[in-house]
Design a protein around this ligand. Structure first.
Ligand SMILES: *Cc1c(COP(=O)(O)O)cnc(C)c1O
Length: 369
């Protein structure tokens, strides 16, 4: 840090130049984040200085959090469900393992995750000394329920199913996992960080929410398909009492106790998440999601017309293909197995899809074998 500060002009000249070094979402086909909706930006700015870590000082903001939770309770078919906001899918998953471990209270706890699980579980298990048992997936990358069942023992404190996997966009067989979890009395958590804003708005989507009676918790990220500002996560729980064993005393704050992992917590991105849902309504979200799904089908059809086979037909707007490279300036990603992965986020609109397919078609030399 220099002794004398910069002028605002100099400072922002520098900051704008730095910002220009970033890629623009218009060429990004690899991300589960997107440009926030304009109403999210406006709401975020309005609530910029609010801190949900001390909710008594910000009752208006805290009420928005409550309303957001009520909406998700309705959307996930359990009006009495509770929940809280977090910084995203990672923190939500950590919170679930914290309360599962405490509730189970055994010496060597373990959890069962599908091989397709997000890497946040590896972090969470490392932090908490929990053994992570990995159940293989089938040829469509869905968790094999039989294999999951075999991994369970008396120290298993949580089974995790994913609704809309990060890599392949498929949903694990949640009702079948529910059966196992129910029989064994184990908490079933559904990681719907991505799919939680997609599946409720599609016809004939696979079951993943509280309508499956054994589902105990669901995580969902407004900063992905919820078009909110970063950081924004929601953790829904069927029974709010699961949070009780995480409570700590919070002297000198307006509340006496808190169960959240983080202390100071942004109200801005909560207001932004609320704003998007209020503005879009169910009908708006349905239209948005059906557009993204339509574009996903178009990418798959377009790539297959070039002889590049899809890896799987996804449940959400993530398209995967056998490994091929793509021309610049397009930014794509590859899965752990090396498959090409394209996420059809709202910024990947029809024009973007057609421009990508056209560039790809010009550069792609089909494999003559
Ligand atoms: C993105 C994602 C996460 C992690 O969420 P962050 O907000 O990046 O912490 C967890 N699980 C799934 C399935 C995800 O897609």
């Amino acid at each position: 840090m220099d002794a004398e500060g910069l002028s605002a002009d100099e400072l922002f000249c520098f900051l704008k130049a730095k910002r220009k070094e970033d890629y623009s979402y218009s060429n990004i086909l690899s991300s589960m984040c997107t440009s926030p909706h304009p109403v999210a930006v406006e709401a975020h700015n309005l609530f910029m200085e609010t801190n949900l870590g001390d909710p008594g000082l910000f009752p208006g903001t805290a009420d928005l959090e409550d309303r957001l939770i009520r909406w998700f309770a309705d959307l996930y078919n359990e009006p009495s469900a509770g929940g809280c906001t977090t910084s995203g899918g990672t923190e939500s998953n950590i919170q679930v393992l914290r309360f599962c471990k405490k509730t189970k209270n055994v010496e060597n706890p373990n959890i069962i995750v599908p091989a397709s699980a997000h890497f946040s579980f590896e972090k969470a298990c490392g932090m908490m000394d929990i053994e992570m048992r990995i159940a293989p997936v089938d040829e469509e990358f869905r968790m094999r329920t039989d294999a999951a069942g075999e991994l369970i023992d008396k120290n298993t404190c949580c089974i995790i199913g994913v609704a809309g996997t990060t890599e392949y966009g498929v949903t694990d067989p949640i009702p079948a996992l529910g059966k196992i979890a129910g029989q064994e009395g184990i908490h079933l958590h559904v990681d719907a960080a991505f799919g939680g804003y997609v599946l409720p708005f599609i016809e004939n989507a696979p079951a993943f929410d509280f309508s499956v009676p054994e589902v105990g918790s669901i995580s969902v990220d407004p900063h992905k398909m919820g078009m909110s500002t970063i950081p924004s996560g929601v953790l829904m729980v069927r029974d709010e009492k699961v949070f009780c064993n995480l409570l700590v005393e919070t002297p000198y704050l307006t509340t006496k106790q808190a169960y959240s992992l983080t202390g100071t917590r942004p109200g801005a991105s909560v207001a932004a998440a609320y704003a998007v849902m209020a503005y879009m309504g169910r009908r708006g979200m349905k239209a948005l999601v059906s557009g993204c799904m339509e574009n996903t089908r178009r990418v798959i059809e377009g790539m297959e017309a070039f002889g590049v086979q899809r890896r799987v037909t996804p449940d959400v707007n993530v398209a995967t293909f056998e490994h091929v490279s793509v021309p610049s300036p397009w930014i794509v990603s590859y899965t752990r197995r090396g498959d090409l992965r394209i996420v059809c986020m709202p910024h990947v609109n029809r024009d973007v899809v057609e421009a990508f397919l056209s560039d790809f078609g010009e550069s792609h030399v089909p494999d003559i074998n």
